[in-house]
Design a protein around this ligand. Structure first.
Ligand code: HEM
Ligand code: PLO
Length: 493
């Protein structure tokens, strides 16, 4: 949009025609940290130009909540980008799609499919526990030798999401399963990296290695999802209850076609929309949860005393006679606090997903023009020294009161899942998975740095998710667990 000369816009970084403030970014890849530091000079709300796009960056929770909650609908747009357009067939998904009537329908359908498996869903709990058991078996087999847990965590989480999307899961070693993990990684590696493309969209017409890889991975993904849709369509029957996301979507499309839905011509729910909805839930479901699990393991290696405290709590509240289940979560506040603290110190989406102002509006005392991109720096909100005591320190205790009981939220400056009309759809699911996978693992194993290896660096790499470095762990069966197994075998003999 064009700026009005008389309006009171947020302070702007120096900028040149065509490239905008780009020269500022040279040599920077950790955008969340770079923006965080710029606050010293420009304050907690400033603006800049990415090429010709006007971008406002928000660093404090008061303004963030004004954008996400109070004016959520006005700021509910998403800027269109070269890479995400490629990923989503020009914004036919949920996360990267602009605000529209179809988008609302898609969100509602995905939400209803997810809540079918939501809190108190025994079916989902059973699936997650089954995957946790497989994970523990794999750790057992590799015991005491250095192991990269990341692919195993990804496989476990992928199978949970497969059950939600397709009502089926994979055996370890299935080539289709492995190719899924591969193309997902390819997309993660390239989708946010091409930020120069989003500034200079015409660059996409030149040969570009990353963009080529992204295209290839997206094609592989879409082909696989297309097959899944075809199979479900074939088997789809009227009395079939909508027992997975694909069937929920197929049923909804049929109903809308039969009932002449309220959606106007040109705004229908097309096959592309269905496919992209599944692609989104699949991608979000796998990459976020896997990333957080990796962050938790990394922090357990850095803070063995935290790991020990979780295990003491597990031993006291659960013991060894049964496996962890969802009902135990309320009795394990220290584990719950550890998960919350990990989401604070290493937010999965440190800049959320960019929002766009759909009309002329304001943030605080500043005017914001229609079309402005709004970036919420969640990293800054979670590291605000006015709100958090020693924000750089990993301390699950800050989420507990004097008696060790869980505090709902120690500060309003905490938004790991965002808020408002664009709030995350997967919070309940993600929290179930994080809790169960960690509880199962730590009931049985102690994780440590293998001999000859060093502690993994905790900085993280900015991208579409905040990426965890590769590292290996040693998973040692706990003495108490071994004693329990010995006891079991002696009583059964
Ligand atoms: C959006 C966080 C797991 C599905 C988001 C956003 C955040 C977030 C910060 C962006 C909000 C915004 O732009 O204002 C997380 C975290 C997770 C997690 C921290 C794990 C701990 C999941 C899972 C799913 C999911 C498991 C699906 C099964 C989505 C979708 C959106 C979204 C579809 C886009 C919503 C929209 O644009 O309307 N998430 N997420 N997320 N998340 Fe999650
Ligand atoms: C992950 C790679 C997949 O192949 C495609 C995909 C879809 C949805 C994206 C997800 C990726 C990354 C994490 C995102 C999610 C939507 C919401 C979530 C951006 C790119 C977060 C953390 O905001």
């Amino acid at each position: 949009g064009k700026l009005e000369p008389k309006a009171n816009y947020p302070r702007c970084l120096p900028s040149l025609p065509v490239i905008g403030s780009l020269f500022y970014f040279i040599g920077h890849t950790q955008y969340h940290l770079f923006f965080h530091r710029l606050q010293q000079k420009y304050g907690s709300l400033y603006s800049l130009y990415m090429g010709s796009s006007y971008v406002v960056v928000v660093h404090d929770y008061t303004h963030a909540k004004e954008v996400l909650l109070k004016k959520g609908k006005i700021f509910g747009g998403r800027p269109q980008k070269v890479t995400t357009d490629l990923l989503t067939r020009n914004g036919k998904d949920i996360a990267f799609a602009n605000y529209s009537p179809v988008w609302k329908v898609q969100r509602k359908l995905a939400h209803s499919a997810l809540s079918m498996f939501g809190k108190g869903s025994l079916a989902l709990e059973k699936i997650i526990c089954q995957e946790a058991a497989t994970l523990c078996e794999l750790l057992s087999a590799k015991q005491d030798s250095p192991l990269d847990m990341a692919p195993e965590l990804a496989r476990a989480v992928t199978n949970v999401v497969c059950t939600i999307c397709f009502n089926s899961s994979y055996q370890r070693g299935d080539p289709e399963f492995e190719s899924m993990l591969q193309y997902s990684q390819g997309i993660i590696d390239t989708v946010a990296k091409e930020s120069t493309l989003d500034i200079f969209p015409w660059l996409q017409f030149f040969p570009n290695k990353d963009l080529a890889l992204l295209r290839k991975c997206v094609e592989a993904r879409d082909q696989l999802l297309q097959q899944k849709f075809a199979k479900h369509k074939e088997l789809f029957s009227d009395d079939d209850s909508a027992n997975c996301l694909i069937n929920v979507l197929l049923r909804a499309k049929l109903n809308m076609e039969n009932n002449n839905s309220q959606l106007l011509p040109g705004q229908e729910l097309t096959d592309d929309h269905l496919l992209m909805t599944v692609a989104d839930i699949f991608g979000a479901g796998v990459e976020t949860t896997t990333t957080v699990l990796k962050w938790i393991v990394l922090y357990l290696l850095h803070y063995p005393e935290v790991q020990q405290k979780i295990q003491e709590e597990l031993d006291q509240k659960l013991g060894f006679n049964r496996f962890p289940q969802l009902d135990d979560r309320q009795h394990l506040p220290y584990l719950d606090a550890t998960i919350s603290e990990t989401l604070r110190i290493r937010p999965v989406a440190p800049l959320l997903i960019p929002h766009e102002a759909l009309a002329d509006t304001s943030i605080g005392k500043y005017d914001i023009p229609k079309g402005a991109h709004v970036v919420i720096n969640l990293w800054s909100i979670h590291h605000d020294e006015k709100e958090w005591d020693k924000p750089g320190e990993f301390n699950p205790g800050r989420f507990l009161d004097k008696d060790g009981k869980r505090i709902a939220s120690p500060s309003p400056s905490y938004l790991p899942f965002g808020a408002g009309i664009r709030v995350c759809l997967g919070e309940v699911l993600a929290k179930m998975e994080l809790f169960l996978f960690i509880a199962w693992t730590l009931q049985r194993f102690t994780l440590s740095v293998p001999q000859g290896h060093t502690l993994p660096e905790p900085e993280g790499k900015f991208g579409v998710v905040l990426q965890v470095p590769n590292f290996k762990v040693k998973a040692t069966l706990r003495e108490a667990w071994k004693a329990k197994v010995r006891e079991d075998t002696s009583t059964t003999n």
